[in-house]
Design a protein around this ligand. Sequence first.
Ligand code: FE2
Length: 423
Amino acid sequence: MDIILKNANVAHRDEPVRNADIAIKGETIAAVEANITAEAGQTIDCGGRLVSGSLIDAHVHLDAVLAAGLERDNQSGTLHEGIEIWTDFKPKRTVEAIKERARRAIDWEVAQGAGFIRTHADVCDDAQLSTQALVELRDELRDRVDIQIVAFPQVGIKSFPGGEKQMRDSLDMGADVVGGIPHNEVTREAGHASVMFIFDEAEKRGLKIDVHCDEVDDSHARFLEVMVEQTFQRGMGASVTASHCVAMHSYNNAYAYRLMGWVARSELNVTANPFDNIILQAREDSYPKRRGMTRGKELLQAGVNVGIGHDSIMDPWYPLGRGDMVDAASLALHVCQMSGVEEIDTCFDMITWRNAQNLGLENYGVASGAQADLVIFDAASKADVLRINPACTHVFKRGQLVSETKPAESTVMGGRVDFTRGN
Ligand code: FE2
């Protein structure tokens, strides 16, 4: 064996497996069982700490990260002003500058446990700078992270000339997933037509779909039902993802519950993006003010696979963030009011195996035969990861140690502070 992790609490879908050893050979997990006695090049004693499959960011815009303030600051903090800033900034970028900013943010994510990232690339640019930069990075950074690229039409596909060509150009250059933004098209008919274009391209090319869907406070934004219907019609099931779906927050309950049943039956995935949604939505509300998140808890209860994305990291829409998926899950936990004991664990699952299912990852998880993409947390349980947000002491990608973090140490009056409850 190359590496053996001893005495781990293994984060599984359901109950954790306590005090297991994990053997890694090459890029693969060779065994997960008690008391592995084989020789190994390196042995790490986990001392009961939680070992999980890599964290997964299911939705981020790596072509915009760290661009906050470069063109000008977003003074109002609104989505509208962010789009104006982005439109002015976009043509001034270079491929190298996009890559440099994205590289930095990717390393932030990796240091905090992420091993898989699905990024959107803005295709509304004839030069396709975003797609080019991210396709290059996908290969260059394969040693530390697996990246999926979504061809994302920030402005829309149908509502201006050349939109369809820009989408096809990005997909021809190597984008992995077909994106969209139907609620941003000028009319409902154009939005509907854009969904048809997205499904046609995906079906023709054998690609997955991930659409910014109903990311508005308007209860009349109902493109999720169109996506569900097309997912059924074409039998595309779990290869389809609807991101955001925040209009669902404002739907009447009768419609929302009927729709959630159809979403579950279609097997379509939903990605929630708590950072951006909570801060950008419902800006026109007075009080009471809507939360602007999709109905994460109720979707899960209906049997829908819901995952989480970071969405923005210091970009024109959101000046904060450090690529911390545990922080994103913690925010979702609070906003969706998922503080039941099992619900807290589910929030951890949303940045691990639920996102893996969302992204269609095969060979994910802490199991014999899986790709050795693992994180050791300086905490013993999923719930403590969410409560403490501990260091990811060791992060492995394909069996290689790619990141190490020393846990912070605090003292009070000379005594070491322990953030566990103790006995
Ligand atoms: Fe997004």
